[in-house]
Design a protein around this ligand. Sequence first.
Ligand code: DC
Length: 222
Amino acid sequence: MSSIPVLTIDGPSGSGKGSITQMVAKHLGWHILDSGALYRLTALAAERGGVALDDAPALALIARGLDIEFLASSEGEPVKVVLGGEDVSQALRLETTGNNASKVAVLTEVREALLQRQKDFRQGPGLVADGRDMGTVVFPDAPYKVFLTASAQARAERRYQQLKQQGEDVRIATLLREIEQRDARDMGRKAAPLKAADDAVTIDTTAFSIDQVLKKVLSLID
Ligand code: DC
């Protein structure tokens, strides 16, 4: 048990976790754990090393040995992620990387390999942890737990706007299909499936603006 407070923010992709995590952490002056980035980095390193996405022992080895740096950047800019000395921030956010991350994330060996690394992010004055199993597995004793949801259609539309801004050429119908496949994989897996912790507050963000969600989350803590 640690006395350092943690706010866990779990939910499916496109539920607004990433943005809310950034905003809450900034407001509170707390650290951030983007756990999805660790699964994405594992998938990316595997792809580059020619390792199959179902080769559990090889993937666990990669996950354990990831040489990563999260570099804070200037105001309003996303954090820079460096893998083995190379800036992989852009490759990391690609839809294919997210889908590959979801594939390696079904493997217990990979999850175990990343567990301690995630727990190590718990540092004072506090941590906002974004993922799928933050409240259920990684920080079960967290005093604040949120589960964000939204309809698949709303999430596909948000994702579409985000990817378009990043210059990715995508179609909403394709995104919706991929989101539904990813949800099924993330929720249906045996190891740490995506679900709300029993003591989490669930917020359906479908009809809310990001500022409304931020207010609700902060009201749980302030
Ligand atoms: O949050 P994200 O889109 O960056 O996550 C990418 C994939 O990684 C997601 O589809 C499932 C997996 N993941 C996970 O299994 N557990 C986490 N805590 C975070 C992500």
